[in-house]
Write a protein that binds this ligand. Sequence first.
Ligand code: CA
Length: 144
Amino acid sequence: MDGEIPAACARATSATENAPPISSGTADRSGALGAGWQVYNSLVGTGDLNGDKAGDLLARDAAGVLWRYYGNGKGALGGRVKVGPGWQAYNALAGVGDITGDGRADLVARDAAGVLWRYNGTGAGTFSTRVTIGGGWQMYKTLF
Ligand SMILES: [Ca+2]
């Protein structure tokens, strides 16, 4: 019933890809994390998705695929891992930390109708099936 909307993201691949370029944390003296990030239309700091106490990042590309980058705890990010497709259905994504109280970082997403959805973090970099939080969220320009 959700069409292309990602109902669950538990099918994340274990393959790690290295595009766009990422920082090794040693070669770039400017503090930048590397070039090539313009391929994404949304970057979301999520808090710790995998329980290693380092903050992580989600990135959505133009095709609507969501990618995960684990922070290494030393100021750089590891290679990207595909979380899942279909995220173009949302006009805002926000890393909200742990809003379910289970110690795992969660994600919220707003669709074009203004409905806000919660994706519970699994603690393994993936998310469970979405749950409706409520409607009326189109009144906000964006979510942080
Ligand atoms: Ca982490």
